[in-house]
Design a protein around this ligand. Sequence first.
Ligand code: FES
Length: 104
Amino acid sequence: PTLIVTTREGEERQLTGEAGLSVMEVIRDGGIDELLALCGGCCSCATCHVHVDPAFVGLLPPMGPDEDDLLDSTADRDATSRLSCQVPFGPALDGMRVRIAAED
Ligand code: FES
């Protein structure tokens, strides 16, 4: 499945992600290092914040309280915000676009 990532500079990158990885891992494995993902995916840093294509937001698993709290600590949160390490990637999300959120 394909994930389309927009970087902070507005560059679009098309990545192929293996099912079973998180969206964060697909972005990191795709060589986009501006997504810091400092905690490595344990939902404790918020540096993997992305904005998800509104057409796909409803397809994602609901956000847990930890993710919600962490997103509240970011300046760039909106209705499309997710922590990409908490979103499993897979065929159902083929073609999804995500935009890397502004740095806090
Ligand atoms: Fe730290 Fe996602 S990588 S919260």
